[in-house]
Write a protein that binds this ligand. Structure first.
Ligand code: BES
Ligand code: ZN
Length: 644
């Protein structure tokens, strides 16, 4: 959407403004550095953001203003370029101290991935800019939920998801993780609802529809987050707690009662937790991710409340981002593994501390299995590197098992070579030395070289590190984690498949949730229908209230053309919107003409309940898997987050 220049007001700055009436706006080209942002960060850096927004559920819009304080880096840049996507810009003011003057702006035509550059003429002395705007009902970073889509079904709900480049769909800003700034916000909502942000939430705040927030630490734009709903709070520790709807909050507090223990363990290994409180927000089931590490307030899918703490590694993961990601941040999306590979390493490390080696090893082995399958399915070799070329691509497409699991295996490799004590200390030093900074992979490699590789007798060469980071195959000396608990499952599964034992004799009642996951993920195709009925009835898999187990079962069942799961899948896909759980089901359905028709029919209706990012992802999944006339050769069973 593009707008004409508004009428320029006569002001004290009229001289300047008339000079820029004929301003030659530069071309719509992303700047070097971060290919996913138009922001001219070589000329300006945001030093503070102040939001003043009204939440309008009837119109599905946020409306108000964003005020950016700016530091001039270079000299003389006549315009500030911000990122936006589908924002309606009403007016822009330039600020000098507390004096505000209307200024000219131009919204460039939209790029389908990057959105529109907002070019603002800025007087030479101006150091502030205020943009008055409103969002579109379909903003990619917002989901507006009707009461029926919430747990308690009484009130509407709104949440944001800014990572990777969706902040620009609800705030005009420099939407690049290479820029960090503190923020403050005033959010006005319907009186009976509570607003929470990735900021200093006051757990005892009066519910009056007028909320103020401060995030004093400098954070990248993708960590700015807001949710509004009928939320309750319950403490789980002195500095931790959960926000959730009334019917969910008790179970959530129980499930995540170990949070303080996790924080303490992380601190002991990686240094102080620098964000004050650590709370969790449990969202309605359409939340498109398992979790999102918004600082001070992790957003989480209700599908992680399994009743048995089987998914608490997700909390460990999002909490670990308080060091890897939020404290030390990838400066561009190409460096995403610095966020997620590090965080997965920390997660496994902390799971081992809190729940023991066996449990941690099961988590590691599942991750490694996912990676193996993803690598096998990733046709483009460059996407098997830890530094994929994402230019011209949506950074959300770089979210595969490669940065997560290959990244974690690389760090585990270094840990094995240098020893745990030394490697823990190295990581702690990395976090301390780069706290509140955004870094590139090159920065890490230089630090690694200085601190470890260049030391006399170092057991790892620079060439080996390069192989891990740049290479498109796994190094030959990769140590693939295996779990004895899974070997038990292998034996049981194989004798069941061979018809030697019935489902009841699998011994599965004693399996851990992770063993179950492994079992379901490694079921082959071509299993006898009678055996599947036996398995399903013995363990109540179809319609399981454990959303993760249900998803894995549906995928395996569909791969075996086991049709009794169809009605339950219908219900499931209309309720759950977590991409990791629904995409594999859509993908498996799309394999056969009947399944595809069924999937399209459900999606046509269910999409109105999905997050815009999930709608996009499911569309891509269905488009990428046209039903073949005859079943094509397929990968073996197994599970992967990379299901494009
Ligand atoms: N930061 C990610 C989620 C994300 C990544 C959102 C990229 C948008 C773009 C979060 O920390 C994450 O990794 N979530 C995982 C859970 C985790 C346990 C692997 C998820 O949602 O599945
Ligand atoms: Zn993560």
């Amino acid at each position: 959407m593009s707008r004409s220049l508004p009428v320029v007001l006569a002001t004290a700055l009229s001289l300047f403004l008339s000079a820029c009436a004929g301003l030659p706006f530069a071309r719509n080209t992303p700047v070097a550095g971060d290919p996913h942002s138009y922001a001219n960060t070589g000329a300006f850096r945001t030093t503070h953001l102040a939001l003043d927004l009204r939440v309008d559920f009837a119109q599905k819009r946020l409306a108000g203003s964003a005020t950016l304080d700016l530091a001039r880096v270079g000299t003389g840049a006549p315009e500030l370029v911000l990122d936006t996507r589908e924002l309606e810009i009403q007016k822009v003011e330039a600020g000098l101290g507390e004096t505000w003057t209307r200024t000219t702006f131009r919204l460039e035509p939209a790029d389908p991935i990057l959105g529109s550059a907002l070019r603002i003429a800025l007087p030479a002395q101006a150091t502030r800019v205020r943009v008055h705007y409103r969002t579109q009902p379909g903003a990619s970073g917002l989901q507006w939920l009707a009461p029926a889509q919430t747990a308690d079904r009484k009130y509407p709900f709104l949440f944001t998801q800014s990572q990777a480049i969706h902040a620009r769909s609800w705030i005009p800003l420099q939407d690049t993780p290479s820029v960090r700034a503190p923020y403050s916000a005033r959010i006005r909502t319907p009186k009976n609802l509570l607003a929470v942000m990735s900021a200093d939430n006051d757990t005892g705040t009066a519910r009056d529809g007028d909320y103020r927030f401060t995030m004093p630490q400098a954070i990248p734009s993708y960590l700015i987050a807001l949710a509004v709903g009928d939320l309750e709070f319950r403490a789980t520790g002195p500095r931790s707690g959960v926000y959730a709807e009334r019917s969910v909050v008790k179970a959530a507090a129980k499930e995540f009662e170990d949070t303080e223990k996790m924080i303490a363990r992380c601190e002991a290994i990686f240094g102080p937790y620098r964000w004050g409180r650590y709370d969790l927000l449990i969202l309605p089931p359409s939340f498109p991710y398992g979790g999102m590490e918004n600082p001070r307030l992790t957003f989480a899918s209700p599908t992680v409340i399994a009743g048995d703490k089987s998914m608490v590694s997700l909390v460990a993961h999002e909490l670990a981002h308080s060091w890897s990601g939020n404290l030390v941040t990838n400066a561009a999306w190409q460096d995403f593994w610095l966020n997620e590979g590090f965080t997965n390493h920390l997660t496994y490390r902390v799971m081992e501390e809190v729940y023991g080696k066996d449990r941690a090893q099961q988590e590691r082995a599942l991750g490694a299995n996912d990676l193996r399958e993803t690598l096998a399915q990733t046709a483009d070799r460059r996407d098997r590197s830890l530094m994929p070329d994402l230019r011209g691509r949506d950074p959300d497409d770089g979210v595969t098992d490669v940065p997560y699991e290959k990244g974690a295996l690389f760090l585990a490799y270094l840990e094995a070579k240098f020893g745990r004590a030394r490697f823990d200390a190295f990581l702690r030093k990395w976090f301390d030395a780069h706290a509140f900074q955004s870094v590139r992979t090159q920065d890490f490699l230089a630090f690694l070289d200085r601190e470890l590789l260049s030391q006399a007798g170092a057991p790892v060469s620079a060439a080996k590190v390069n192989e891990w980071v740049q290479g498109d195959t796994m190094p030959a000396d990769t140590v693939w984690p295996a779990s004895t608990a899974f070997a038990t499952v292998d034996r049981a599964r194989d004798s069941w498949l061979a018809g030697k034992v019935g489902a009841a004799d699998l011994g599965a009642k004693r399996w851990s949730p992770r063993q179950w996951q492994y079992f379901l993920d490694t079921l082959p195709t071509g299993i006898d229908q009678e055996a599947l009925i036996d398995l399903d009835e013995t363990y109540g898999l179809t319609g399981s209230r454990n959303a993760v187990r249900a998803s894995r079962w549906y995928r395996a069942a569909l791969a075996n053309d086991y049709s009794p799961v169809y009605p339950a899948i219908d219900t499931y896909l209309r309720k759950v919107g977590r991409m990791l759980l629904i995409r594999p089901i859509y993908k498996e359905l799309a394999r056969t003409p009947d399944g595809r028709e069924f999937a399209l029919e459900i999606f046509a209706d269910a999409r109105k309940g999905y997050h815009p990012i999930a709608v996009d992802a499911v569309e891509k999944t269905l488009a990428a898997s046209p039903a073949p006339a005859a079943p094509a050769a397929r990968q073996g069973p197994g599970y992967s987050t990379f299901v494009r």
